[in-house]
Design a protein around this ligand. Structure first.
Ligand SMILES: CC(C)(COP(=O)(O)OP(=O)(O)OC[C@H]1O[C@@H](n2cnc3c(N)ncnc32)[C@H](O)[C@@H]1OP(=O)(O)O)[C@@H](O)C(=O)NCCC(=O)NCCS
Length: 266
């Protein structure tokens, strides 16, 4: 139609075509980047659609370019420093109570949609985890999610490990993805929840909880230390291109240190 109505129409049609091709290119690039970053294809496509709606086409192009740059940089060189903590459940530890208006539950499939209120893993990943035996613990105030974390039995995900996973000794559980709703941070919610979870796990016969956090994460380290977790080992992962190197250095808990060296060093 634009071709028939003259020059302006022709330019208009070229512009439309140009934007259409650009949009297709952006969606293609986003799909590629997203499929590298997220395990589930369905989830990636939902995120792309949400991103396009939220940032518009130009904003999305800029975002994809910056993500692609970061991803390329991350693929070429990666340096992470974590600190491992252990909570010995047989030792005496401080007991921190949650405020009475908050309820801590070990989540079921029906509770998982609550996690969408928190900056944590996706619902798809949460369902996958629960189905494979991990436990979501959720603090809620009515229908509002305030805190969540995951407890893993037998083994836990560790990015630096060879299979992305380490096996845990009998009686030891792994703690991952601790998060408090931004509006509730600094009010002893994480420490109160972890202290209560530790009590429940001890009553079920568990002997220790193992977890890790970024060395620079002051609030997380603060919450863990208040509950009685002790720093066990520093872990550094340096990956240049496809060659990862993991180093574990002890803090003081010898047994955990040796276990981590055996599971992770490469
Ligand atoms: C980490 C996180 C879960 C803590 O939740 P929270 O409910 O605010 O934790 P708490 O209030 O129970 O405890 C935090 C403690 O750390 C202290 N703290 C806060 N910032 C700190 C810092 N930069 N350095 C040292 N300690 C710090 C707090 O003062 C508090 O101790 P206090 O009660 O004695 O003052 C929350 O900040 C969060 O969700 N962060 C984003 C997600 C995240 O980083 N998760 C951890 C992954 S391992």
């Amino acid at each position: 139609m634009y071709l028939i109505t003259g020059g302006a129409g022709f330019i208009g049609s070229k512009l439309v075509m140009h934007w259409w091709l650009a949009a297709l290119e952006v969606v293609g690039m986003m799909k590629e980047v997203a499929s590298l970053m997220w395990r589930s294809g369905t989830e990636a496509i939902e995120r792309i659609e949400r991103g396009l709606r939220r940032h518009g086409l130009c904003g999305s192009v800029r975002l994809v370019a910056s993500l692609a740059g970061k991803l390329a940089g991350r693929l070429l060189y990666l340096h992470q420093r974590h600190i491992w903590y252990e909570l010995d459940l047989d030792r005496e530890r401080p007991l921190i109570a949650l405020p009475p208006e908050l309820e801590l539950v070990r989540g079921s499939m029906d509770d998982l949609p609550l996690l969408e209120q928190l900056p944590t893993i996706s619902l798809i990943e949460a369902r996958r985890r629960l189905a494979s035996g991990a436990e979501p613990w959720i603090v809620r105030k009515g229908q509002q999610a305030v805190f969540s974390c995951w407890i893993f039995h037998d083994g836990m995900p560790v990015f630096a490990a060879r299979r992305g996973w380490i096996d845990l000794p009998r009686g030891v559980v792994g703690l991952e993805d601790v998060v408090t709703s931004p509006a509730y941070r600094g009010q002893a919610i994480a420490s109160g929840a972890l202290s209560t979870i530790a009590g429940a796990l001890r009553r079920e016969g568990m002997t220790a909880i193992l977890t890790k956090t970024e060395e620079s994460n002051g609030p997380c380290r603060g919450a863990l230390e208040k509950v009685g977790f002790q720093a066990a080992a520093y872990m550094s992962l340096v990956r240049v291109a496809t060659r990862p190197r993991v180093e574990i250095q002890p803090v003081f808990a010898r047994d955990v240190f040796e276990f981590l060296v055996a599971q992770l060093s490469r």
